[in-house]
Design a protein around this ligand. Structure first.
Ligand SMILES: *[C@@H]1O[C@H](CO)[C@@H](O)[C@H](O)[C@H]1NC(C)=O
Ligand SMILES: *[C@@H]1O[C@H](CO)[C@@H](O)[C@H](O)[C@H]1NC(C)=O
Ligand SMILES: *[C@@H]1O[C@H](CO)[C@@H](O)[C@H](O)[C@H]1NC(C)=O
Length: 550
């Protein structure tokens, strides 16, 4: 009874939890989502953005020089001092290396997904998605990428190339018709000489090739290594027999991939995570579960029998616009997961009404009735994309706002998300930093990252520029700013000057976006009150102003 009493007392102090999960609007689902209208509109928007970038020459590697180790100091990594295009906003994250796509053997550039593999002896390798194939690098002990070679695309190029590891193989899918899924053995890289990078044959050098997709396209690939299978998701067209759902690929013999069946019941699956269930829901202990991110819903499948899968639940949520991807907090105790929506910022839907990215927190302690318990809102405008949970941190790719790392260890005790904080970030796309909110709601910048390496090196792949290696310098959220009411801060919010606070907020809104070293841009009252290091003092004062209310 003591236990019960203690729980009751604790409940009083828990923040109020508002649940935002919703039943599926079946009419909207049928008209907008099952038909493919929404997904086709996102793909069309992306293609038009990338066509414009191509036309403007922005996919050209000649714009992007190789960059070396650059520490993050006072919020900026100045990889080329005085060059705004090579000065990156950052927090708790240093840059180790950047190489443009061309230096990684690509003639087209246009980066996408990536995944890593660690050899038995601890060497760290990355497979990097590009429109015209997969580039391979080893990350040296010093954090430098060493280019080893590439595997060209199987059929025709496509910017959509998704890669996951299965043991020492890379599973490579593409939206290109006729591509199928390439299965490449990473141990082929172990003895390559970086002095003469090797271009593998897209067909002959594969361990296996899965060609039982309807037209050879797949939007993404997923792996359940423990159970020895991969999954193709979003294999168009939607009117094929598997409905672009989960197409299982048995990898028992990677040289002869076969399909035992598919799960078509909820139509198109955009991304998924398939795991042996370990968690509190007694009905599903040890079952083979897929968490599906299905455009308008979180759909949870029991796929234990690949010839007869069932849907456990299908749940929508406030703001659902394009349910994109997600990851469970703890694969060994599946109680919570994080979900990203790729269209809510652009549509201004639900909690993304202001265009700032939303991470949706779900309580999945009941697989049959998942609850959407809270959110985390990023403070930089962009679109949140792929995310992977490692330990108590989630590594997110926010297109133009770069790599964003959140401490989510508080979620099990406070699933409202109010205690989630940003540990660090590295903004690989300075081009949009001066925009309102610090970024653009556009499909530019980074697609994915890979942060599972024991060395702590985080690999980041970007659409326009190329590949990056970064490393966190701390895994603790920065403390709130220390705000001493000195002359400088007092001048910023002086009550005796009409409109001064608003004027300062406006100044700070611009001043903190880009690295400022020129004292002449600072207003007179700031210069005279913040004597000494004007720029540094002004920037501290800016961190201590209340956020403007409008
Ligand atoms: C920065 O890049 C943009 C293109 O993104 C270009 O127009 C501009 O000239 C570059 N600025 C510098 C200083 O190189
Ligand atoms: C499936 O849809 C495509 C268009 O995406 C169409 O050309 C084809 O005829 C359809 N096939 C069937 C069997 O309905
Ligand atoms: C499929 O699974 C359902 C429920 O799990 C079961 O009732 C049904 O008999 C199964 N069908 C086949 C053909 O195995």
């Amino acid at each position: 009874m003591v236990f019960k009493h203690a729980l009751g007392a604790l409940a009083l102090f828990l923040p109020a939890i508002t649940c935002k999960e919703m039943a599926v609007n079946e009419l909207l689902a049928a008209e907008q989502y099952d038909s493919g209208i929404v997904h086709e509109s996102i793909m069309a928007k992306k293609m038009s953005t990338w066509d414009q970038e191509r036309a403007a020459g922005l996919m050209s590697s000649s714009l992007y020089p190789e960059l070396g180790y650059t520490p993050c100091k006072n919020g900026f990594a100045q990889a080329i001092v005085g060059d705004a295009n090579n000065t990156f906003k950052c927090s708790n994250t240093d840059l180790y290396h950047f190489l443009p796509h061309e230096a990684l053997g690509s003639s087209m550039g246009e980066g996408s997904s990536s995944w890593g593999w660690t050899s038995d002896s601890g060497r760290e390798f990355v497979a990097i998605g590009q429109a015209d194939g997969t580039a391979f690098v080893e990350i040296s002990k010093e954090g430098k990428m060493v280019y080893l070679g590439r595997l060209p695309q199987y059929s025709v190029p496509s910017i959509w190339r998704e890669i996951r590891a299965y043991k020492h193989y890379m599973i490579i899918g593409s939206e290109a018709v006729g591509h199928g899924i390439q299965i490449f053995d990473m141990t082929k890289l172990l003895d390559l000489d970086p002095a003469s990078p090797k271009t593998f044959d897209a067909k002959v050098d594969l361990t296996g090739h899965f060609n039982e997709l309807p037209v050879g396209r797949t939007h993404n690939v997923v792996v359940n290594e423990e159970k020895g299978y991969a999954v193709s998701v979003g294999a168009a067209p939607r009117n094929s027999s598997c409905a672009a759902g989960l197409i299982f690929i048995d990898l028992t013999d990677p040289s002869k991939p076969t399909t035992p069946g598919c799960a078509a019941q909820d139509g198109y699956v955009h991304d998924a995570q398939c795991l042996v269930y370990r968690g509190p829901d007694k009905n599903y202990q040890g079952k083979d579960i897929c968490y599906g991110y299905n455009e308008d819903t979180l759909t949870i499948y029991d796929v234990t029998d690949k010839t007869n899968t069932t849907i456990i639940s299908r749940t929508s949520y406030e703001g659902a616009s394009y349910t994109h991807q997600g990851w469970v907090l703890d694969v060994n105790n599946q109680e919570f997961l994080l979900l990203d929506d790729e269209l809510d910022e652009e549509r201004g839907a639900g909690p993304a009404a202001d265009g700032f990215p939303v991470t949706f927190i779900w309580d999945i302690r009941s697989l049959e009735a998942p609850k959407q318990t809270g959110i985390y809102k990023s403070k930089t405008k962009s679109i949140d994309h792929n995310q992977y949970v490692i330990g108590g941190l989630v590594y997110q790719s926010h297109y133009g706002a770069g790599l964003r790392v959140l401490d989510i260890s508080s979620v099990p005790s406070n699933p409202t998300g109010s205690d989630v904080c940003e540990v660090g970030f590295f903004d690989i796309y300075p081009e949009d930093d001066a925009s309102p909110g610090g970024g653009l709601v556009e499909f530019v910048g980074t697609w994915s990252s890979y942060a599972y390496f024991k060395s702590g090196y985080v690999f980041i792949n970007t659409i326009e520029r190329g590949a990056w290696v970064a490393k966190m310098t701390s895994k603790t959220c920065p403390p709130p700013p220390v705000c001493n009411a000195d002359n400088c801060l007092r001048a910023f919010r002086s009550n005796s000057v009409e409109g001064r606070l608003a004027e300062s907020q406006k100044f700070c809104g611009e001043f903190t976006k880009l690295l400022v070293t020129d004292v002449s841009v600072v207003p007179g009252y700031v210069k005279s009150a913040c004597v000494g290091n004007v720029i540094e003092r002004a920037s501290s004062a800016c961190a201590c102003l209340p956020t403007p209310s409008s």
